[in-house]
Design a protein around this ligand. Structure first.
Ligand code: NDP
Length: 448
């Protein structure tokens, strides 16, 4: 029996922390976990899950309208934000309960309070209790960044957006990344007027340029407005409680809410990292090696607090690899190549592997195949919205090194196709696969 209270103490019960705790306990470790907010973390409580439900909710706007072309006599429709909001929050509470049960079933002790490091193998809970552990895992995730300028406190972040009392009519969204484009589609679907205000001149940096351009063009056609190269100057409150937003280089905008979607920073403040001697990197994230170990031998970190790839499935893999390596006698490392990702915009987009620009830089000679088409459902609906699929092939080997798509169900299709890219299949392998007709995904095996 060790002299420590626990074999593993996890700080943060989000995707990475819960997976690590549960797997380590399954390997026989005595595990405790502390969570100051709600069990489930960003993804379950205030991120991926409630966001995706809102995306579904918003999509009904187009579905109900399109249904008429399919013969349905859809009378006047009305959207009730409070009904959707409360249903989504109830589903979040249900999932939170399931996460708690999973931990209990694995005999992980849960402390619903903040824990901070007091040394390399000790933590202190908010209640004052001191706990020792042989190994400590930091999985505290990230937190939305709110840019600092006059009046920026009047804006909200993605943490608040799921709890709005009423549906705003005019929404200004700051940033041009994942959250900005997803919530632009959500609020637009609910009938709000949306303006995306971006400090630079492009949206979704890192995604393939043609795919990004297609989203921009479709979003603008829908009526979402964009302001580029428009850094914020100040936000003031009007007498009626609405907001007056001033930016450099363009006219001011009045809005009901301003949503900051300007990135997420590692959650490290006040964690006692300096006391324990844990080093941060230049991005302010916990510096870890390939085995998730920090600069202190007994302290590890996984997920957004390490700022490698800020995606839930990556944090889960890191938590699993950590637990298998340290407690399961199965050394495992996460493979960060060909990680698929998606933006649940309207329409959604998804990608895996190299973009065309990256492939040209890395490989020199590449072949690019595209299919630019209107989904048959959109054709009958009279919706002039085109999908775009793009395949990037290494000309020397015929291996498919990138797949990028925008259009209905793109994330669903891309997840399956990502297996082929991960397995380094060739364009000839795609060509040899018989099409599944009629589907949108068949475009992938018909690219000429
Ligand atoms: P992103 O990193 O996607 O985008 C941030 C945007 O904000 C960029 O357009 C950036 O501009 C801009 N920006 C950054 N700092 C400032 C600033 N100080 N002032 C004005 N603009 C600024 O961040 P998000 O907040 O949208 O999302 C955070 C992370 O969460 C994502 O990176 C992603 O990893 C994850 N996420 C994943 C989702 C998914 O998988 N579907 C959904 C939502 C979030 P510039 O390009 O010039 O840097």
């Amino acid at each position: 029996m060790s002299n420590f209270d626990y074999d593993l103490f996890v700080i943060g019960a989000g995707s990475g922390g819960v997976r690590a705790a549960r797997i380590a306990a399954g390997h026989g470790a005595r595990v405790a976990i502390a969570e100051e907010h709600r069990v489930g973390g960003t993804c379950v409580i205030r991120g991926c899950v409630p966001k995706k439900l809102l995306v579904y909710g918003a999509h009904f706007a187009e579905d109900l309208s399109d249904a008429r072309q399919f013969g349905w006599d859809v009378k006047e429709t009305k959207f009730d934000w409070v009904v959707l909001r409360d249903n989504v929050l109830a589903e979040v509470a249900r999932l939170e309960g399931i996460y708690g049960e999973t931990l209990a079933n694995h005999k992980v002790e849960v402390f619903k309070e903040r824990a901070v490091l007091t040394g390399p193998q000790s933590v202190k809970l908010a209640s004052g209790r001191e706990i020792t552990a042989k190994t400590i895992l930091i999985a505290t995730g990230g937190w939305p960044v709110r840019p600092e300028f006059e009046g920026s406190e009047h804006g909200i972040t993605s943490n608040d957006v799921f709890h709005l009392e009423t549906l705003p009519k005019r929404v200004v969204i700051a940033g041009g990344g994942y959250i900005a484009n997803e919530f632009a589609g959500i609020f637009h679907g609910f009938g709000a007027h949306v303006t995306i205000v971006n400090r630079g001149d492009q949206i979704l940096r890192g995604y393939d340029e043609q795919i990004r351009d297609r989203l921009l063009q479709i979003s603008m056609t829908k009526g979402i407005e964009f302001r580029f190269n428009a850094p914020f100057e100040k936000i003031t409150k009007n007498e009626d409680g609405t907001l007056h937003v001033e930016m450099k280089g363009c006219d001011a905008i009045d809005a009901d809410i301003v949503l900051f979607a300007t990135g997420r920073a590692p959650n490290v403040t006040g964690l006692g990292l300096d006391v324990a001697g844990v080093a941060l990197n230049d991005k302010g994230a916990i510096n870890v090696d390939d085995d998730n170990k920090s600069s202190v031998d007994s302290i590890y970190a996984v997920g957004d607090v390490t700022d490698r790839i800020q995606l839930t499935p990556v944090a889960i893999r890191e938590g699993q690899a950590f637990a298998d390596t340290v407690f399961g006698g199965k050394p495992t490392r996460v493979d960060y190549t060909n990680v698929p990702s998606a933006v649940f915009s309207h329409p959604p987009l998804a990608g895996v592997g190299l973009t065309e620009a990256q492939a040209k830089n890395k490989l020199g000679t590449i072949r690019t195949y595209t299919s630019d088409f209107r989904a048959m459902k959109n054709v009958l609906a009279g919706r002039n919205e085109r999908a775009l699929y793009k395949m990037i092939v290494d000309a020397a080997t015929d291996v498919v090194v990138g797949l990028h798509m925008i259009g209905p169900d793109a994330p669903e299709i891309l997840q399956a196709a990502a297996v082929a890219v991960k397995a380094k299949l060739t364009k000839a392998d795609f060509d040899a696969t018989v099409a599944l007709h009629p589907s949108m995904a068949e475009e992938l095996v018909l690219l000429k």
